[in-house]
Design a binder for this molecule. Sequence first.
Ligand code: BG6
Length: 472
Amino acid sequence: MENTEEIIALYPTIFVIFGVTGDLAARKLLPALLSLYSKGMLPKRFSIIGFSRRPFSKEEFRDFIRSKINIRFGQFREEDVKHFLDHIVYVRGLFDQVDSFKLLATKLHEIDKSWGQCSNKLFHLSVPPSLYEGILHQLHDSKLALPCSDETGWSRILIEKPFGNDTKTAQSLDALLGKLFKEKQIFRIDHYLAKESLQNIIAFRFANSMFEPIWNSKYIDRVHIKLFESGGMNGRGKFYDSVGAIRDVGQNHMLMMLALIAMDKPESLSSNDIRAARAHVLKKLEAIPTRSMTDRVVRGQYVGYISEEGVAANSKTETYVRMEARLNLSRWKDVPFYIETGKAVAETKTEIDIYFKNIENKKSEHDPIKQNILTFRIQPDEGIKIRFFVKTPGHGLITEAKTLKFKYSDTPFFGMIPDDYERLINDVFIGDQTLFASTDEIMASWKFVTPILENCERLPLKRYNKGVTEVE
Ligand code: BG6
C-alpha cells in the first residue's frame, strides 16, 4: 500500500490559483507550496497556474512573485526558489469571462499533453467572496472541474472564508456549490483548523484521562478565547472594511476554537466523526437575545482605522469584538464562553484560557482566590500552561500561585511544526476533509453570528487607541 507521500508524488497535479497577485497567495499559499516543494512533498510533476487580471509577461510575472512572496530570510535555498518559480505559469483573465476560461483550458490541456497524462486539478479561490459565484459558474460551464475519470485525475475546489456574509448568503453559496459540484470536491478552508496547536487541543483533551471528568460546568467557571493582533490593515483595508472582526475571524476561527474546546469525544478519529462532533457543539450555540445584545456584545474600532487605505471615511466597521456565547448543552450549562478579538492591540497572540471554579470563595491579601487556569497557547510560542497552587514554605497554611508550562520551543519538536497552509494543501492532495469546515459547521456558526450582525448598528462602537492592552 502506498503511503501519503508516495500517493502525492505519483500523480501529476496542476494547482490553479485564482487571484494569484493578491495578499493571501503571497503571504500564505505560495510560501507553503514552495516549502512543500523544498521538502520534496509536491508531486514529481506539478505546475502552478496563476490566474489574475493584471497584464504580465512571463518574466514580469516571475519577478512580481519573487518580490511579493513572503519568504523569511534564509528559509529556502536559492536553487529551490529558482526551480520552484520554473513551475509557475501565468494566465491573464477575467474571473467571469468565458474566453478567459477557454484560455485557462488551453493551458491546462497543453500541460497535460506535455505530461502525456490527465492530471489532478486543484482550483483555489484566493479572491474576494464577491467573485466566487462567477468563478464557480465558469469552472462548471467550462467543464474544467470535471475529473478525468473515476480513478484518476481528480478535480478539487478550495474555497476561502468568509463563506458568505450571513446565513442567507452562505446558504445560497452552498446551494450553488451543491448544484455545480460534488461534496467530495469541495474543501472549505478555515486555516485555524490546520494549526498544530489546535490539533493539540484534541490530543491533550482526549489523551489525558485526568481532564475529561472535570471538563464540564461543575468544575469549569468560564472559557476565554482570544485572538489579538498588533497589526492593523496592512493593505487589506478595502476587504476588511466590508467584513469587520465578526465576519473576518469571529464566525470562523474563533468559533472553531470554541468547538474544539467544548466538543464531546468523537466516536472515532475519522473525518466525518470529528467534523460531526464539532458541528454538534456549534449547533448548540444559543442565539443571543436582542435584549441582551448590548450586555453580551462589545464592538470597537481603533483610532486611525478610517484613515487606512481602502477604508470608508465614515466606516462603522468593528476592528474589535467581544462576545459572550453560551451553549445549550448540559455539560456546559451556565458556562460563558468569551470570544474576544482585535486588530492593532498591544500584542499578537492567540490563546484560550479555561478558568476552573474556585474551591472556596475566600480571598485575602495573603491567600488569593484559588482558581486554576489552563491555557492553550495557540501562537506565537505554542504550548500549554497550568496555573496551580502550592504551599508557601513557613508555619501557616498559605498558598501561592505557580505555573506548569509546556512550550514547543523547549522541545526538539520546535522547527518541525508544519505550517497551516502546508498541511491544508497536503490534505487536499490526499482528499482528507477533516481540517476543512463542513456545511453544518458553517451554517451553525452563521446562525449564531447573523443576529449579532443584524443588531450591530444599534451597538455602540467604542474607539480605542492603537496598542491598547484592553478595550474598555
Ligand atoms: C485571517 C483573517 O483569516 O486570519 C486575518 O482574514 C487574520 O485578518 C488572520 O489576520 C490571522 O491568521 P493567523 O494565521 O495569522 O493567525
